[in-house]
Design a protein around this ligand. Structure first.
Ligand SMILES: [Ca+2]
Ligand SMILES: [Ca+2]
Length: 291
């Protein structure tokens, strides 16, 4: 009997389709739907429509379609940083990006980072050096919601988000003051010396002095008075040790590869990469960047 009643209700609901639109809060307009009531039972339904597009403007993101998520904040970071291994005296080499195997999706999805972000592009933007992994930390250095993003590092040291805009776009993070950690696959990670008010209109520049990075001597003096991240921290755990040498030794010589042992980012694993690691071998990263 109950089953029969349900079928009857369903029939009523179908009959009512289109004749009685539904109104809820938040208000939506459905392409189809209906409501029926009988014998103490009620039934309502809507015909949804798929998400059709996601739009972003300023600090807001909007997903177009029937099911609207909450408005999400995007916090933008502008920053400039150099990698010792790619530095050429004026900017950084883009040799690695000529590699056919250069990843179009972020490569920080393995240990020690284990970052599950889906950042990817259909084709590389101009002047790419490599991917960077950027993190936001609060006043007590604690990770924050939405505070991780993989972006491209460009030859002039600036960042380029996969959304095509300058900087790193942190979806879900809220405007505020943050310490910023810059991570690279085979360079010692650095954190900003102080909190940065985000979004920022002027790029935070790590390259002007070693003191732009938190802690003592966390950046290397480069040619031309610039400073950059120490090359050769091959296992990226935040500390130079024999483990980084072992990573190089086990990898062995390789050509035309995207490999973490390639400290100078020239597509090859050779003694030149060991030579970058060797003078940096006693550098210890600050606690906040270690894994
Ligand atoms: Ca290490
Ligand atoms: Ca190399």
């Amino acid at each position: 009997m109950k089953k029969l009643l349900f079928v009857q209700i369903l029939a009523w609901a179908v009959f009512a389709a289109g004749a009685q639109a539904q109104s809820l809060s938040p208000q939506v307009v459905a392409s189809g739907g209906g409501y029926a009531q009988a014998g103490g039972y009620s039934l309502s339904y809507t015909v949804g429509e798929p998400v059709t597009a996601t739009l972003a403007s300023g600090s807001n993101i909007l997903t177009q379609g029937f099911h609207q998520p909450d408005f999400q904040s995007i916090v933008k970071l502008l920053a400039k940083v150099y990698l010792e291994g790619a530095y050429n005296g004026a900017g950084m080499n883009t040799t690695l990006a000529t590699l056919p195997a250069f990843p179009l999706a972020q490569p920080y999805n393995t240990a020690p980072w284990n970052y599950t972000g889906t950042e990817q592009v259909a084709s590389l933007p101009a002047n790419v050096v490599d991917w960077l992994f950027v993190e936001l930390r609060d006043a007590t250095f604690t990770p924050v919601s939405g505070g991780k993003r993989a972006v491209f590092l460009l030859s002039d040291g600036t960042l380029r988000d996969v959304d095509g805009t300058p900087g790193a776009s942190f979806t879900g993070a809220v405007p505020g003051n943050y310490y910023v950690i810059m991570r690279h696959r085979n360079h010692l990670a650095v954190m900003s010396a102080s909190q940065i008010g985000l979004p920022n209109a002027t790029a935070y520049d790590f390259t002007t002095t070693a003191a732009q990075a938190f802690g003592p001597a966390q950046q290397k003096s480069l040619a031309g008075g610039a400073f950059g991240m120490y090359a050769g921290e091959l296992d990226a755990n935040g500390v130079f040790s024999v483990a980084d040498f072992n990573f190089y030794a086990v990898t062995g010589s390789q050509t035309n590869v995207y490999n973490d042992a390639d400290a100078n980012l020239d597509k090859q694993v050779t003694v030149a990469d060991f030579n970058l690691y060797q003078p940096n071998a006693s550098v210890i990263g600050i606690t906040q960047v270690r894994y």
